[in-house]
Design a protein around this ligand. Structure first.
Ligand SMILES: [Fe+2]
Length: 200
């Protein structure tokens, strides 16, 4: 029993330290990751994930973009569109996140590594890095993708303004079944209305 508590504490401290390191490079991504933890957890609870699954989900959310530590600043912080080479480098953050999680050897770190690797897969198989389709993408990655998309659109970036809740929901509606899992989106629509993470 005690050992599990210690491991939970270690994981928590590790994720805080690594998110802080990410924040020293790119504060936006640190804050984004923290909000993705909270939104993912709400979605996880609402679809009935158990305590252990919620723990896996929370760690996966905390680490989903941690690989951005390894992306050069001139690309990570760029405010104009990427060329093909830059886009490929940016996409590699999923593999870097996976690599980092794998070195931590947490309980369930294989599942967490897989979840972060696939957080940019699309339900229709058009995402990256492995072009997985539908349920080939783990439930954790499908949840992360929705939480990530909502929060990314809710925050102002150099290349787009912050969008309103209604604007975000209509964009997500167009991505329903292509980028996102329709069943999950149905749950998300219900929970976000009551969520403290709902933006104006
Ligand atoms: Fe990402």
């Amino acid at each position: 029993m005690g050992i599990f508590k210690l491991e939970d504490k270690v994981i928590c401290e590790c994720s805080k330290a690594l998110l802080l390191a990410l924040g020293q490079k790119d504060e936006h991504t640190q804050l984004h990751s923290e909000r993705v933890v909270a939104i993912s957890e709400e979605l996880g609870f609402s679809i009935g994930l158990n305590k252990n699954q919620i723990k896996i989900l929370r760690i996966s959310a905390a680490f989903h973009d941690i690989g951005k530590i390894g992306i050069p600043d001139k690309i990570l912080l760029k405010s104009t569109p990427f060329d093909d080479e830059e886009w490929k480098t940016m996409q590699s953050h999923t593999l870097k996140s996976e690599e980092l999680v794998k070195t931590l050897h947490f309980e369930n770190s294989e599942i967490i590594a897989n979840a972060v690797r696939h957080h940019h897969e699309y339900y229709n198989g058009k995402g990256y890095p492995d072009k997985l389709k539908g349920k080939e993408i783990s439930i954790y990655s499908r949840i992360l993708s929705l939480a990530d998309s909502y929060d990314a659109m809710a925050s102002p970036r150099p290349y787009h303004d912050k969008r309103s809740h209604n604007e975000i929901m209509s964009i997500l509606e167009t991505e329903n079944g292509t980028k996102h899992d329709p069943k999950l989106f149905k749950e998300f629509k219900l929970l976000i209305e009551k969520s403290k993470h709902k933006v104006d």
